[in-house]
Ligand binder design. Structure first.
Ligand code: ADE
Ligand code: ZN
Length: 327
């Protein structure tokens, strides 16, 4: 394991639940999950087909797995579990995507969900020193009305750990403009949106121009358009690159086809993320290892990736200085 300090800028809280935790919570909460949700100790969601089809097959399994979460203690346990595992791999900072929609499915009001996540974070921080912030995120395929509700909840219940608004879900659903009101109403200074994962350059342009995003979930498919690459470099755009996710969801067929190395060498401000680590059998430590072993990144280059992430993290300047010193 490289000794470089790691930073995870792209990770969905629900995507960190382990199969073992699903079994434990299903028993604790008396929930029956579909028989085929897990196989041999792993989540079993893979479907054949195009990237967009894979994303939706995955998101269905993700919602089934999340359906075992039913109370505040579940959120606390999952948050603590993920942060402790990450800290043990040398992760010093994580920016966790949280979803009021999934909290509501678990029966928790948004402020209750926040308090539960914060409790898990405080415990992990006390034990390990890891820092985290939260990105309140709407889910694109739940529609613009749902997104607006999440934007309003975010505005009405400010929390010191929630520093940004984001959008995940099916990138091919609706248009970016449909979600502009949700971003605007959230009242948060920072934003990110999934773009350039299940859809191509047009989706990245829409997120940039309409949602005013400069940090993007994935953005890897910008590499299909040289003009867009130039434009993104000119604005110092930040891709949150999740290699294992991209391979698992068949955005790219293998490491050789993946644009991580090319994007970094081109001068984009590349960062790394684990996305939904337990669904893609990965972790932030493994993503750094893949960058080193499959893409030839030296420790110095990995440190640059961590520095990029801290420079673009949604934190105040005091925290940024502390984290930069740690990198
Ligand atoms: N939600 C959780 N993981 C996601 C991904 N990789 N893309 C879009 N939405 C998501
Ligand atoms: Zn994601």
């Amino acid at each position: 394991m490289s000794r470089v300090s790691k930073v995870d800028l792209h990770v969905h809280l629900e995507g960190t639940i382990t199969p073992a935790m699903v079994v434990r919570l299903a028993a604790r909460n008396k929930i029956v999950v579909p028989d085929d949700l897990m196989k041999d100790g792993h989540f079993n969601w893979r479907a054949d087909g195009a990237a967009a089809g894979n994303l939706m097959a995955f998101l269905r399994a993700y919602d089934h797995a999340t359906s075992v979460m039913k109370c505040a203690a579940d959120y606390t346990d999952i948050t603590y579990d993920y942060l402790k595992r990450s800290a043990d791999e040398g992760c010093i900072y994580a920016e966790i995507t949280i979803s009021a929609d999934h909290g509501a499915m678990a029966g928790l009001a948004y402020p209750e969900m926040l308090a539960a996540i914060a409790a898990g974070y405080e415990k992990a921080r006390e034990e390990t020193g890891i820092e985290a912030r939260l990105i309140s995120t709407c889910v694109r395929h739940f529609g613009p009305e749902g997104a607006l509700k999440v934007g309003k909840l975010t505005r009405d219940h400010p929390h010191p750990l929630v520093t940004a608004f984001g959008m995940a879900g099916d990138e091919n659903a609706y248009t970016a403009a449909d979600f502009k009101p949700a971003f605007d109403i959230s009242g948060l200074p920072h934003r990110t949106a999934h773009a350039g994962e299940a859809a191509g350059p047009a989706s990245i342009r829409a997120a940039r121009d309409v949602l005013k995003v400069r940090r993007f979930g994935h953005m890897v498919r910008a590499s299909e358009d040289t003009t867009l690459m130039e434009e993104l470099k000119a604005i110092n755009a930040v891709p949150e690159v999740c290699v294992s996710s991209n391979i698992a969801l068949r955005v790219y067929k293998d490491y050789a086809a993946h644009p991580l190395r090319r994007s970094f060498d081109y001068g984009l401000k590349v960062t790394l993320g684990s996305d939904d680590p337990t669904f893609f059998s990965t972790s932030i430590g493994r993503e750094y290892r893949i960058a080193q072993e499959q893409f030839g990144f030296s420790d110095k280059e990995l440190r640059q990736i961590s520095r990029n992430a801290v420079e673009e993290a949604f934190v105040d300047e005091k925290a940024r200085a502390r984290l930069l010193a740690a990198v």
